[in-house]
Design a protein. Structure first.
Lengths: 330, 314
């Protein structure tokens, strides 16, 4: 498969600060790619380097094999869904969507027809003449999506597009975006700080921290085999065991991660570690139990209806050997 | 009633009770707050404007020179006599010219200030735009008289550059030309443009300031060139600011009587006509009728602007 976007040792500095710091990355054509990282990690700058609003200080960004440095944003085969949608407030929904075709010189009749089809695609049939001000957040989001997709980009960039939506709407849009990407078959590059969103939607994802890519892989790889403490903690709040603790509990003498949902709590019998229950937090379907194992704490996710020893009572923690994953670095 | 535990008991002092009453009846509080400004606006401002309007429907007795307090449209008919109508037309055209020129000059300055200037540069912009408003209006105009005079710096520079023939060519244009810049309509235009320009720059800059950066980026992202972005997005979004600014430049030019008095030919503008008729001539009705003209022109202008959708992006 050809690479849609490649980062070749790309650095982008703002004064002293390197927002993007020597990134190498290759994003295949036709995949749903997520960039996950805390705010200020440089993931949005990566997106802006692809769309052309930022230029690399060092290195090259290649789009379909071509160096992009001299190509201005309006000539790139990419379109962006902006964070707060960036709809044109003085234009109707139809004119917003028809903006791309208009500047390319498509006749009014044809571009309005294209706009109507794009509205069908995002389930907003008949909204042509509304003003963006009359729309809800979710509807604006769809208009922004239609406005980008009507240009038939080969790469669609989405900058935290679901951040402003409420939980239910966000989950619905996640499913729709995923389905849309499948049916269109184009590359989606999706920036988010929400690990659940990144895991559930993407084919591949990159975890970004402090301008560097910490790990790239499929959601399963990243979730179950994090490379470092940062990934283990940021993606799904894993338990991180020091080499000493890992060895004590029967694993390798290395920094290791242990997913809370793999930890079983028992009273007596065989256990990898033993300790005392410190806190229990009710989360609806599950309970998060914090256990003091002497100098460290391990959290376990247990079903809310399972019986639980009372606080401060001694318990045993156990897990299957493959659940404890030794990481490459600290 | 006993106070709920944890809440302080009802306050005792008169001031505190008054404060409590206001809190319980916010409408009364708002009404009290608005009483003074509204009575100022109602009595002093609207009241005198109505008195002016009323005056314009009276007329003056040509023999005695006394005002006749009878309703008539005679004074308005007088406005349409060639000499008076010339004054109106001249003022109107000057206001149009100043407004158009001010919006053309102000737009790039405002765009730069709103979207490109940062930090110190932005402070410099505000200073530059506001500074002319800090000094006395009269001092500025007399300064301009010196600048534009035959012995002034413009003439001197033009002569030094060997371009005197060009200036003379411009000044030889009928109607707008004259003996020197300071006694021509061109001079009046330059000075009016100078004194009213800040009133155009600031609203346009405010309008552009409200346009988010990513809206401008979206134009490029969707394939628009800079020209297309300017035409289809930036200008329409700046339009409410331009209209607001033009209300200032247009109405201030329509009403000004000092600039044309000091700089320009001796032919009158509306402001000068009002000044002369209410003063030495003692023809208050005609002065009032003249004063109504700018109000009517502005009303028509705003109505047209609203109909063309100039305020839709507000």
């Amino acid at each position: 498969m050809a690479a849609a976007v490649e980062f070749d040792n790309v650095t982008r500095r703002f004064g002293e600060i390197a927002a993007v710091d020597g990134i190498d990355l290759s994003i295949d054509e036709g995949v749903f790619f997520a960039m996950l990282g805390p705010s200020g990690s440089g993931k949005t700058t990566c997106l802006r380097l692809i769309s052309g609003f930022e230029q690399p200080t060092e290195g090259h960004v290649r789009i379909f094999g071509a160096n992009s440095e001299r190509i201005p944003p309006n000539a790139r085969p990419v379109n962006t869904v902006f964070q707060d949608y960036a709809l044109f407030p003085h234009l109707s929904v139809r004119d917003n969507i028809a903006f791309g075709p208009m500047v390319r010189g498509v006749s009014k009749r044809n571009r309005y027809a294209e706009a109507s089809r794009a509205l069908d695609m995002v389930a907003l049939t008949g909204f042509d003449l509304r003003s963006p001000r009359q729309l809800s957040g979710g509807q604006r989001q769809r208009v922004a999506l239609a406005r980008a997709l009507v240009n038939k980009p080969r790469v669609l960039l989405l900058d935290e597009p679901l951040g402003a939506l409420d939980l239910r709407l966000r989950e619905q849009m996640q499913d729709e975006l995923k389905a849309l990407q499948k049916s269109l078959g184009i590359t989606f590059i999706f920036v988010t700080h929400d690990q659940g969103e990144a895991l559930s939607m993407s084919d591949r994802l990159a975890v970004v921290n402090r301008g560097k890519i910490v790990q790239v892989g499929t959601p399963e790889e990243i979730y179950s085999r994090p490379k470092s403490k940062f990934v283990a903690d940021f993606v799904g709040a894993s338990n991180v065991l020091s080499p000493e603790l890992s060895a004590r509990s029967g694993g390798a003498a290395a920094w290791s991660s242990l997913r809370p949902e793999f930890v079983r709590i028992s009273r007596g019998g065989h256990a990898n570690l033993s300790g005392k229950i410190r806190a229990v937090k009710y989360l609806g379907a599950t309970r998060r139990v914090t256990v003091d194992v002497g100098g460290a704490e391990i959290t376990a996710l247990v079903e809310a209806n399972s019986p639980l020893p009372s606080p401060d009572s001694p318990v045993g923690l156990s897990w299957s050997p493959e659940a404890l994953h030794a990481m490459e670095s600290e | 009633m006993k106070a709920a535990p944890g809440l302080p008991a009802a306050q005792a002092s008169a001031l505190a009770r008054l404060s409590d009453a206001f809190w319980r009846h916010p409408r009364i509080f708002v009404a009290l707050l608005l009483l003074l400004p509204l009575s100022w606006l109602g009595v002093v401002y609207i009241g005198s404007l109505s008195a002016l309007l009323l005056q314009s429907f009276f007329s003056i007795d040509e023999f005695s020179g006394l005002v006749q307090y009878e309703f008539t449209l005679k004074t308005y008919r007088e406005l349409l006599t060639p000499s008076n109508f010339d004054i109106i037309l001249r003022t109107f055209l000057m206001a149009c010219a100043v407004t158009v020129a001010a919006s053309i000059i102000a737009f790039p300055i405002a765009l730069f200030a709103a979207k490109y200037a940062r930090g110190r540069l932005k402070a410099l912009f505000y200073l530059g735009a506001m500074l002319p408003l800090w000094s006395s209006y009269l001092v500025k105009i007399y300064a301009w008289k010196l600048i534009l005079a035959k012995e002034g710096i413009i003439n001197w520079v033009v002569e030094a550059l060997g371009l005197k023939f060009l200036l003379e060519l411009i000044l030889s244009t009928p109607v707008i030309g004259g003996n020197s810049l300071s006694v021509s309509y061109i001079g009046t235009f330059i000075v009016l443009l100078y004194v009213w320009l800040p009133f155009m720059i600031l609203p346009v800059q405010a309008a552009l300031e409200r346009v988010p950066r990513n809206v401008l980026e979206a134009t490029a992202d969707l394939g628009a060139s800079r020209g297309q972005a300017l035409r289809h997005v930036v200008l329409p979004l700046a339009l409410p600011g331009i209209v607001a600014g033009s209300i200032f430049t247009f109405s201030l030019t329509l009403g000004d009587y000092i600039v044309p008095q000091i700089i320009g030919s001796s032919r009158r503008f509306i402001g000068q006509a009002v000044y002369a008729h209410q003063g030495t001539a003692g023809n208050i009705p005609l002065a009032a009728a003249f004063a109504v003209v700018p109000i009517l022109i502005m009303a028509v202008y705003l109505w047209l602007a609203k109909r063309r959708g100039a305020f839709d992006a507000l």
